[in-house]
Design a protein around this ligand. Structure first.
Ligand SMILES: Nc1ncnc2c1ncn2[C@@H]1O[C@H](COP(=O)(O)OP(=O)(O)O)[C@@H](O)[C@H]1O
Ligand SMILES: O=c1ccn([C@@H]2O[C@H](COP(=O)(O)OP(=O)(O)O)[C@@H](O)[C@H]2O)c(=O)[nH]1
Ligand SMILES: [Mg+2]
Length: 235
């Protein structure tokens, strides 16, 4: 099991994006995070996985969450759970929520918490690993509260890839993965939703001392060198 209390040196270089100014989360020299408290009334995850080490990976559309998660998995061996991928699998498996999820993604809105939290819980419970990157979730305070209630725990740490909007739009429009939401209209809506609903989650975890804000500009490798010390300090 990884350590849950760590003292880390400055990890993050700042960028001058609008988002950084809105969030106003300080780049503290030392981040301390605390042991999570399980909520027995809600049951949490099943016994075998009662106390997983969880990192939330947040950032706007195209900020590089998925790309950096792949690198973290390769180097540190966490299991990558992309909330977007879990939802897209629901669409392709023709589940009862498939068409609702498809329409929500097309519109750049947020799928109801109960649907997403259920998928994440199941993925944690069926994994052999006890360390997870939860990528692209929670996207709203409502998501966050539902997760913490159902799982019965807060995340251990939260990464936030801070990237200027113009760069995020460029990356999304060049993503080339055939995604229904990678178009200019949806990305504009997603940026609005990110600012209105996801930034409050980032602020919340900043106040709790759990946030690592990473400059999301530069090459993939340069960004990963900013991420590496976060996990290296936990081993
Ligand atoms: N540092 C980077 N510089 C340029 N392009 C990048 C960088 N990181 C990721 N990309 C590309 O940008 C697109 C969006 O990246 P992705 O990891 O899917 O972001 P997110 O999961 O945050 O939406 C992908 O096509 C990816 O290959
Ligand atoms: O917890 C989540 C994660 C994703 N989505 C939906 O799935 C889309 C794509 O999410 P993903 O994380 O795959 O996109 P990315 O930020 O990586 O471009 C989002 O715009 C939302 O419509 C959602 O509703 N809840
Ligand atoms: Mg992604």
């Amino acid at each position: 099991m990884w350590r849950r209390v760590a003292s880390l040196s400055p990890l993050v270089s700042s960028s001058k994006s609008r988002i950084l100014n809105q969030v106003g989360c300080g780049l503290n020299a030392c981040q301390v995070f605390t042991t999570r408290v399980l909520n027995p009334a809600e049951g949490g995850v099943s016994d075998r996985r009662r106390n997983p080490f969880v990192t939330f990976v947040l950032g706007g559309p195209g900020s590089g969450k998925g790309t950096q998660c792949t690198k973290i998995v390769e180097t540190f061996g966490l299991t990558h759970l992309s909330a977007g991928d879990l939802l897209r699998k629901e669409i392709s498996s023709n589940s009862e929520n498939g068409s609702m999820i498809l329409n929500t993604i097309k519109e750049g809105k947020i799928v109801p918490s109960e649907v997403t939290v259920k998928l994440i819980k199941k993925a944690i419970e069926t994994s052999e690993n006890d360390r997870f990157l939860i990528d692209g979730f929670p996207r709203s305070e409502e998501n966050r509260i539902a997760y913490e209630r159902v799982i019965g725990a807060e995340p251990d740490i939260v990464l936030f890839f801070d990237c200027p909007e113009q760069e995020m739009v460029k990356r999304v429009l060049n993503r080339n993965q055939g995604r229904i939401d990678d178009n200019i209209d949806t990305v504009k809506e997603r940026l609005k939703v990110f600012a209105e609903l996801n930034l409050p989650v980032i602020k919340h975890y900043s106040k709790k001392g759990k946030l690592y804000k990473i400059d999301g500009t530069g090459s993939e490798d340069e960004i990963f060198e900013r991420v590496r010390p976060v996990f290296a300090a936990l081993r």
